[in-house]
Structure formats: structure tokens, C-alpha cells
Design a protein around this ligand. Structure first.
Ligand code: GDP
Ligand code: MG
Length: 206
């Protein structure tokens, strides 16, 4: 009798995207998931959600990308969205010094709310808009920001020119697989964030 092949495993990883507005978080998800770029800027209300399916070594990887607003006023809603996350991306804009300075605040915020098996989540630091040819921080400063705040790594990218976008996600997925952290993540319909999101949308409409 033939031996059945190993059943393909499915892993679900929830990844949250953080950083000030408008560093390019929504554009990053749009580029990564749909390979599109828009020059217009639309404010994200609370959080948006996208899924990208990858195949690695015979396994299916479902990435849930949570694009969370950078607005202070939504802070109490967005922190609920961190729950169940397996990994994180914190983004700043290479032309905006304040967005770089605030990276530390975002990382501390995340680490104070969500841990997995007693450890901080794997987190990548992305320096976006490299196409504009400006650098609001020196390489040494970015290295220090990355190291001192426990980032896995940092990468300069351009969502506009599609430079190192999918490669940076690949890097994060490699880390998630190596740490095998995401398998107990709930599907979105069970996620507590939905209630908060709905509330905020109603609040925004009122
Ligand atoms: P968010 O607030 O962080 O979600 O930022 P958005 O994704 O809405 O982007 C804000 C603005 O930055 C938009 O006008 C985008 O077109 C622009 N943008 C995003 N990524 C890049 C990039 O890599 N290069 C340049 N030049 N502009 C970008
Ligand atoms: Mg946005």
C-alpha cells in the first residue's frame, strides 16, 4: 500500500505594522499584497487587514497583515489589535526625523502589550522612501536604534520603486518560521480587535 504523503501544514502568522503617519504603511501592504502604488494619501481609520498566502517548503503560510493607524487618538483601540500578533514591522520615513525618533515609542508600546512565550515579538525596522535620496538619520543612528531596541534587523526600502519590499517580508517570515511562533493565532473573526474597530468606525461616522 502506498504511504500517504505528509499533509501540507498551514501556518497563520499575524503581523502588525506600526509607525507614524504617513510613513507608508498602507502603501507597503498595497504593494506587497497587490503590487500597486498610489501617490495619494488616505488616512487609515483604526486598522486595515490584508492576507497574503505564501508557500514555503511544502507548507502554506497565511500572513495576516494588520495596518494600524499612526494616530494618537486611536491608541486605545489599536493596542487591542496587537493581541495575537506573531511578528511586527515598525516603519519610519527617511525624510521625516520625527518618525525616526518615534520608532522607540512604538517599540516600547508593542513590547509592553504583547509577548509570545515570555519573549518580545520578532520585529523588523523598515526605513521607507529611500527613492527620495534623503536620510534623516545616519547609518550609525539607525544601527543603534535597531540594536538598542531589540529589532531583529533594519532595512532601507522604497515602496514606490518596489525596492526590498517582498525581501523584507521574506526576512521576517524566515524569523517567524525559525521561532515557530504563530500557530496559535486566531482567525480574524474571533479577534477581539473587530469589536474595537467597529466601535471606532461608528465613532468616526457619528
Ligand atoms: P501611512 O499613513 O503610514 O499608511 O502612509 P501611506 O501609505 O498612506 O503613505 C503616505 C504617503 O507617502 C502617500 O502619499 C504615499 O504615496 C507616499 N509613499 C509611500 N511610500 C513611499 C515611497 O517609498 N516613496 C515615496 N516617495 N512616497 C511614498
Ligand atoms: Mg495608513
Amino acid at each position: 500500500m502506498a504511504v500517504p504523503e505528509d499533509k501540507e501544514r498551514e501556518r497563520v502568522y499575524k503581523v502588525v505594522l506600526l509607525g507614524n503617519s504617513p510613513v507608508g504603511k498602507t502603501s507597503f501592504v498595497e504593494r506587497y499584497v497587490n503590487n500597486r502604488f498610489r501617490d495619494t494619501c488616505e488616512l487609515t481609520i483604526a486598522a486595515d487587514f490584508a492576507v497574503k498566502v505564501l508557500h514555503r517548503n511544502g507548507d502554506t503560510i497565511k500572513l495576516q497583515l494588520w495596518d494600524i493607524t499612526g494616530q494618537e487618538s486611536a491608541a486605545q483601540f489599536t493596542s487591542a489589535c496587537y493581541r495575537g500578533a506573531a511578528g511586527c514591522i515598525i516603519m519610519f520615513d527617511l525624510t521625516d526625523r520625527q518618525s525616526f525618533k518615534d520608532v522607540r515609542k512604538w517599540k516600547l508600546d508593542l513590547d509592553s502589550i504583547v509577548r509570545n512565550r515570555g519573549k518580545n515579538l520578532p520585529c523588523l525596522l523598515l526605513a521607507n522612501k529611500s527613492d527620495l535620496g534623503q536620510r534623516c538619520a545616519t547609518i550609525d543612528e539607525i544601527n543603534a536604534m535597531s540594536k538598542d531596541n531589540g529589532f531583529s534587523n533594519w532595512i532601507a526600502i522604497s515602496v514606490k520603486e518596489n525596492k526590498l519590499v517582498s525581501q523584507s517580508m521574506d526576512r521576517l517570515v524566515d524569523i517567524l518560521i525559525a521561532e515557530d511562533v504563530g500557530n496559535d493565532v486566531e482567525e480574524r473573526s474571533d479577534n477581539e480587535c473587530d469589536g474595537s474597530l467597529l466601535e471606532l468606525k461608528q465613532f468616526a461616522v457619528a
